[in-house]
Design a protein around this ligand. Structure first.
Ligand code: ADP
Length: 883
């Protein structure tokens, strides 16, 4: 039911209509007491997405209003489900307490937050091991002189949950690569920017900002006079960054999370890989969307979620600068050489909480006590690591140590009040010490539960708590007092829900007590009566007030701790990043410790020489069953095109991919699964291996293959690495051969890139005569008692035969068909006839197989074109023929 017209709505519904009008693209979670309620279309969509009951409430415009709701206390679970299904949710809170309400009409409500996939902060909604990025794209208006061909895009991406904020400028052609690398959860872009596969992640458009205004606003947001203070941003980058900020402000209803200053990272610092390459190599995600059998999973030995996120970022964006790569390598190589220290560092990192995300929530005013506790524990871990690294070590580790110590400095003066209750000698300590002293351990989950602030930290809080908690002691001493004063040993002081503290006396004593004017009889009971007196009511009031004051004081102290923490947010973020880096480095060390993984040598040359390389994922998958056979790969300048032939299942794709993966790991600064690897920096990597899964989208395999081949030929250069499998397989043999041939020639002589080219066209091996840097290789296969045995070994030379017929037998193709194929193959090889029509095909069929009417009839049918009735008729016919 459309909810277009608010006319005649009840006051609460009128409020709903007004808020919904501000957020038409989001489901409105409308707070009503302990529930978030949804109405009209929202209710219908949410009820079916969440599989909860759809009910009705009241009427509007003559029809009942569809409604569903979720309890506030468990709303996170429902939010997570909705966000995962691509919904955006606007949270409308009650802005006044029902008890404090003045006047008539509904409670005041406002949208306090818009929850969208790219602006999440809750652990329950986030994947701990992946960044959660919001990407904004802005187009630069091309100048009249440069013309539209010079159009560029500005990109800015940020992670609200951790504060990361980066920008880059790129050409529209580079967009798929950027999207592939960042895998953003949500994208802000003008409608004319095509997002292809990523379109479902497009957020509703926001109005773009003029570059001048954008620069000003960014500088202002980060407290600088000019954006130039942070680096050089193009107009398009500045606009994109401002767009991202505007969106964050909108979704957080005006609050700003803590964000790092924007860093222009450009695109040039990283190995370029397009989306097809990433998909083909299954770097962070397998083709089926899972993550278990990926390059990342095979190299991850991190101990914390932030470490895992960082390692994923490294693998997704291999570097180009040999010095930067060597810095990471130096870090983990050094750690391996210090095993005792490494073990202690691991102990400190293990279980270190996610400081970056806790800080993100605190900065948005969503910080729970456990977030401060996370900062406390994280800083503690950082301090422990820094202490362990106290000695000469490589620059990357020295940098980590410095960053980890940043929060140990005395707290800035603005937070002095938080230390009021502390003896002067300890005043103004560093944040870690402050939190360690101020926060209770263990810590309750919610501030309302009290007991968040440690006893002994704040004198006033302790006093209020003492008054509140000492009530029992005070009451029992009063009881003795009264018993004496009124001469009734059996009187008791009890707490009563309505009356507060009362004196309870047995029936026999009631008369005597009534004689005391200061006592007021409040209630008769079957076996006695209840009295109050001013003194007792006063105590009651003081205790209740003390509890209230203790709670208020606790909140105030908590708030000062939050602001002390936020005052150091940059230092905390730096310590968090340092811990993550240390974790990533120890993860690398873990991989290389055993000696099976090497430290690659990455240089500014055009070398490419891997000895005994392995595919980490395939190796892991076959572990136990058989040993993985390592293989070399030498693409040195004089032999930079490796042509690989071999039957299916012989290990071609594994070999192709492993060389690309080793280049990625090497440039990401990680250890590589090889005995040695010497790699001249690869600026762009193209991998076209494995199933093209675009058939479903209506393009033929061949068309997809040719589009991708075109991309390679246009974009690859002499420093690129190209890994291609079976170009030309999707078309007729001669077409395919011709295309593969021409592509190979172009890669060899024009593009001049390092290439591994797998093909089933054995003829191509003969091109060595005209292509001097081409080296034919084959997958070694042995024939044993008529069967084929794969050795998984790559050897130089041209394969004599393709073994396809043998593989067919292995796959369970019926023996007769295999035999027939063998005969045909022999004929083909004898005749060396390229044209099928020349072969004595039908003659040999007659020789080989005696006529079989059932077979012949079956062979002539086309099941796809038959109706069910025809198929049934055929079945009867075949059965009859058999009999
Ligand atoms: P192709 O691309 O030639 O069809 P694959 O690369 O897909 O072959 O490999 C087929 C299977 O062979 C793999 O799933 C793996 O189990 C095994 N294999 C591949 N390479 C090796 C190797 N170097 N050592 C051991 N087994 C391998």
């Amino acid at each position: 039911m459309a909810a277009t017209k608010p006319d005649g709505a009840s006051p609460a519904m009128a409020q709903w209509f007004a808020l919904k009008a501000e957020h038409p693209d989001a489901l409105l979670f409308f707070r009503m007491g302990d529930f978030f309620e949804m109405f009209f279309d929202d209710a219908q969509a949410a009820a079916s997405a969440l599989d909860i009951a759809l009910t009705h409430r009241g009427e509007h415009a003559g029809a009942s209003i569809p409604m569903c709701g979720v309890p506030v206390s468990t709303s996170d679970i429902y939010l997570a489900r909705l966000i995962r299904r691509g919904f955006r949710v606007a949270i409308a809170e009650q802005m006044e307490a029902a008890s404090a309400r003045t006047g008539k009409g509904p409670l005041k409500r406002d949208v306090v937050r818009l929850i969208t996939p790219g602006t999440l902060t809750e652990d329950s909604l986030l994947d701990a091991t992946r960044p959660n990025l919001l990407l904004a794209l802005a187009t630069a208006r091309p100048t009249a002189i440069a013309g539209p061909a010079a159009a560029t895009l500005g990109a800015a991406w940020l992670d609200v949950s951790t504060g990361l904020f980066e920008t880059a400028e790129l050409s529209p052609a580079g967009l798929p690569a950027l999207l592939g690398r960042l895998d953003p959860a949500e994208i802000l872009a003008a409608d004319e920017v095509p997002l292809a596969d990523w379109s479902p992640r497009r957020a509703p458009a926001l109005a773009p900002t003029q570059p001048g205004v954008a620069r000003h606003r960014l500088a202002e947001a980060f407290g600088a006079a000019s954006l130039d203070a942070f680096g050089t941003f193009t107009d398009a980058e500045a606009s994109a960054a401002a767009l991202a900020l505007d969106y964050v402000r909108l979704t957080q209803a005006g609050r700003m999370p803590r964000l790092s200053r924007p860093v222009p990272v450009g695109q040039s610092a990283e190995m370029a890989m397009d989306a097809a390459t990433r998909a083909s190599l299954e770097l962070l995600r397998a083709r089926d969307g899972t993550t278990a059998l990926t390059l990342l999973a095979s190299v991850t030995r991190t101990l914390s979620a932030p470490g895992a996120r960082l390692l994923a970022a490294w693998v997704a964006a291999p570097l180009l600068d040999p010095a930067a790569i060597a810095a990471r390598q130096d870090g983990w190589t050094w750690l391996i050489a210090e095993p005792a220290l490494l073990a202690e560092l691991r102990q400190a990192i293990r279980g270190a909480p996610d400081m970056a995300r806790a800080l993100g929530r605190i900065s948005l005013g969503r910080g729970a006590p456990r977030d401060l506790a996370a900062i406390r524990a994280g800083l503690h871990a950082a301090a422990a690591c820094a202490a362990l690294l106290d000695g000469p070590c490589p620059p990357i580790l020295a940098g980590i140590r410095t960053a980890m110590l940043a929060t140990q400095a005395p707290a800035p003066p603005g937070t002095a009040e938080t230390t009021r209750a502390v003896p002067a000698a300890q005043a103004a300590p560093g944040l870690p010490q402050l939190l360690a002293r101020a926060l209770a351990d263990p810590m309750p989950a919610r501030l309302d539960d009290s007991g968040v602030i440690a006893p002994g930290y704040d004198g006033e809080l302790d006093a209020e708590r003492a008054l509140r908690d000492d009530s029992r002691r005070v009451v029992s001493s009063l009881q003795l007092d009264y018993a004496q004063r009124f001469g009734i040993a059996s009187l008791k002081i009890r707490h009563h829900a309505q009356l507060g503290y009362v004196i309870e006396a047995p029936s026999a004593a009631v008369e005597a007590l009534r004689a005391h004017p200061e006592l007021t009889l409040r209630q008769g009971m079957a076996n006695g009566a209840r009295f109050t007196l001013a003194e007792l009511s006063d105590l009651d009031r003081r205790i209740t007030e003390a509890a209230g004051r203790a709670e208020a004081r606790e909140r105030a102290v908590f708030a000062t701790l939050v602001s002390a923490t936020l005052a150091q947010s940059d230092a905390i973020a730096a310590a968090a990043a340092a811990l993550a880096t240390l974790d990533a480095l120890q993860s690398c060390a873990r991989l290389a410790e055993g000696g099976d993984w090497c430290r690659p040598e990455v240089t500014e040359t055009d070398a490419f020489c891997i000895t005994a390389g392995r595919h980490p994922v395939v190796q892991g998958a076959i572990a136990g069953a058989a040993a993985f056979v390592p293989n070399d790969c030498d693409l040195s300048p004089e032999r930079r095109v490796l042509l690989l032939t071999g039957p299916n299942m012989a290990g071609k794709s594994t070999y192709l991919r492993q060389n690309a993966l080793i280049a990625i790991l090497a440039q990401a600064g990680l250890p590589a699964p090889a005995a040695s690897a010497r790699i001249g920096v690869v600026d762009r990597l193209f991998s076209r291996v494995g199933a093209a899964d675009e058939l479903a989208r209506g393009r033929s395999t061949f068309m997809v293959e040719m589009i991708e081949t075109a991309a390679i030929l246009h974009q690859a250069g002499p420093r690129s690495l190209v890994i291609v499998d079976e170009i030309g397989r999707g078309t007729a043999t001669l077409d395919g051969l011709a295309i593969a041939w021409a592509v190979l020639e172009a890669l060899h002589s024009q593009v001049r890139c390092r290439t591994v080219f797998a093909t089933h066209f054995h003829e191509l091996a003969r091109l060595t005569e005209t292509l001097p840097r081409l080296r034919p290789h084959m997958m070694r296969v042995r024939e044993w008692r008529g069967d084929v045995v794969f050795l998984h070994e790559v050897a130089e030379g041209a394969a004599g035969r393709s073994w396809g017929v043998h593989v067919a037998r292995l796959a369970g193709v019926p023996a007769a068909v295999v035999r027939r194929a063998g005969t045909l193959l022999a004929a083909l090889e004898r005749g060396r006839a390229p044209v099928i029509a020349d072969l004595p095909l039908f003659a040999s069929v007659a020789e080989e197989a005696p006529a079989d009417p059932v077979r012949a009839r079956l062979a002539a049918t086309e099941p796809d074109k038959m109706s069910a009735r025809e198929a049934l008729a055929l079945l009867y016919e075949l059965k009859a023929a058999l009999e």
